[in-house]
Design a protein around this ligand. Structure first.
Ligand code: NAP
Ligand code: F7E
Length: 327
């Protein structure tokens, strides 16, 4: 039985990856940090099947312990302060978790289980103010936020440990990926949640920032398969994972409101509070390498993804009539 250690299991990607690895017959160890209230919403359905280990990405001792306890064949480092907007008011915490946290995790593996295969959750935010379109593995980075800067560090330290210590360390440069488990502060979920609430009379308006930003949005369930595939290859490498399509935030809004039979223009209000100090205007990935070398492909289109998210949010509110929103 293969063993995997995942950081960030309570997040969107961690929950889908844990499901995938359990289905493949892995024993899955899940690192969780201390929170004042339990945070198992995404993993409630598999919680008892996971081996939980307490630890924090900023605490090397806890990570060394986690690697010793789990003795993993594969380590997936998904934990991060992952919300770009928060990285301006909290640049130091973002650096400590999203940048230095990667070195902590790599050190824990190097010291305790150096032959474990390592996956680092890198990001298209590293391309930032893009210097070429579409973006691929060789495109130079130009991050536009403290989060993007931290991810560039995490990416290069992963490459460096591969080259310095001959570790099987891979970096997946994933473009935006979403799902009904996405945090409510990210724009896709904020929009689908609001469309559902407005439809059900629980909310009157939706306040957004820049509607012109373009993103390459895919489905998280498709993207975690690529993470696993990267660690099954003969040699470690870095891969872009994307859909190869780009859409504006406005298109996202149009599709979500159309799904509930409403005209978005009647409800959307532009609020400067959600405009970022420096924006990433356009992301569009070229994942030819992943398709050829990993045999990876996506199954869910952008439109189907938005419909899936709106439908799930509608179901949730119809079922529980929960009146909450992230504004
Ligand atoms: P997410 O939903 O925000 O999940 C982040 C996870 O990290 C949560 O489980 C969180 O735990 C955990 N975490 C945060 N700080 C921690 C710390 N100090 N110690 C231990 N755990 C900590 O993120 P996601 O969307 O699943 O993304 C997964 C990874 O991929 C992240 O590294 C993200 O930056 C990267 N990424 C995401 C995308 C995307 O579009 N989703 C694209 C490219 C790269 P709590 O539940 O306790 O907060
Ligand atoms: O913003 C615009 C905003 O916060 C997308 C993370 O998973 O993907 C994610 O980062 C776009 C931006 O995601 C609102 O200005 C407009 O242009 O959903 P987001 P992100 O910043 O692209 C990357 C790949 C990651 O690695 C990150 O971890 O939408 N936008 N109005 C808004 N965004 C938000 N959140 N809220 C608004 O009201």
């Amino acid at each position: 039985m293969k063993k995997a250690l995942i950081t960030g299991v309570t997040g969107q990607d961690g929950s889908y990856l844990a499901e995938l690895l359990l289905k493949k017959g892995y024993k899955v160890f899940a690192l969780r940090r201390r929170t004042s209230t339990p945070n198992y919403e995404n993993v409630e359905h598999i919680k008892e099947k996971l081996e939980w280990i307490d630890g924090d990405l900023t605490d090397l001792a806890s990570l060394i312990s986690a690697v010793k306890i789990s003795n993993p064949d594969e380590v997936y480092n998904l934990a991060a302060q992952s919300f770009v907007a928060t990285s301006w008011p909290q640049p130091i915490a973002t650096g400590q978790i999203t940048a230095m946290g990667v070195t902590n995790m790599l050190e824990a593996v190097r010291l305790s289980k150096p032959d474990a295969r390592f996956y680092q959750a890198s990001s298209s935010e590293m391309f930032g103010k893009v210097v070429e379109t579409p973006q691929k593995e060789t495109t130079p980075f130009y991050p536009r936020s403290p989060y993007g800067v931290a991810k560039v560090y995490g990416h290069w330290i992963t490459v460096n440990y591969r080259e310095s210590f001959n570790m099987f360390a891979c970096s997946g440069i994933l473009f935006n990926h979403e799902s009904p488990r996405r945090g409510l502060e990210f724009v896709t979920r904020k929009v689908t949640d609001a469309a559902a609430r407005i439809k059900l009379g629980l909310q009157n308006e939706l306040r957004l920032g820049n509607l012109d930003a373009r993103r390459d949005w895919g489905f998280a369930g498709d993207y975690v398969k690529a993470m696993w595939l990267m660690l099954q290859q003969d040699t470690p490498d870095d891969y872009v994972i994307s859909t190869g399509e780009t859409h504006t935030v406005q298109e996202l809004v149009e599709i979500a409101f159309e799904r509930v039979g409403l005209d978005w223009k009647d409800y959307v209000v532009i609020d400067e509070k959600f405009v970022r100090p420096a924006e990433v205007d356009l992301l569009l990935g070229d994942c030819t390498k992943a398709k050829k070398q990993l045999g990876w492909d996506l199954e869910v289109s952008f439109r189907d993804l938005v419909h899936m998210m709106v439908d799930e949010d509608l179901k949730k509110y119809e079922k529980f009539n929960i009146q909450k929103s992230f504004q």
